[in-house]
Every structure is written in C-alpha cells, then in structure tokens.
Design a binder for this molecule. Structure first.
Ligand SMILES: [Zn+2]
Length: 78
C-alpha cells in the first residue's frame, strides 16, 4: 500500500501513514497533537519508486526524489 504524507495545520507536524487509495483523502488525526486539521501532501517518492504514474513530477531528476537527494530514502529506496 502507498505511503501518504500528511501535515497538521495545528502544529505543522508532518507524519506518514500507510493507507489504501480509497482512504488517502479520508480525515486522519495528527499523530502528535491529535488534531484533525490535517492535509495530505503528495508523496512523490512512492510514485516513482514503484514505477507508478500518479503524481509524477518532471522536476525530479536523477532517479531520486526531493526528499532523499540520492541517499537512502524510506519512500523510494534511492
Ligand atoms: Zn498536530
């Protein structure tokens, strides 16, 4: 299942959750403050790492993602 990233508008905490596609946009509580004002952010790593075509961004180069900079990335394995 894909990993989604969420950001809490209350405390700006970023966290990840493994959810199915159907749950991706369902409300999720912040795992830090418990607030429900969270937004899903696009996880580019996952889409690229799995060869998917969702959310693919042309700005990403080098086979990695903005989050891993070519090092070890928990999302995409690069
Ligand atoms: Zn929070």
């Amino acid at each position: 299942m894909p990993i989604y990233e969420y950001i809490c508008k209350d405390c700006n905490h970023k966290f990840e959750a493994v959810r199915s596609f159907s749950q991706a946009d369902a409300p999720i509580k912040c795992d830090k403050c418990g607030g429900e004002h969270t937004n899903r952010t696009v996880s580019k790593c996952w889409a690229i790492g799995n060869g998917g075509n969702m959310h693919l961004e042309t700005t990403v180069s080098g086979g990695g993602c903005a989050g891993c900079s070519g090092g070890n990335c928990a999302h995409c394995g690069h």
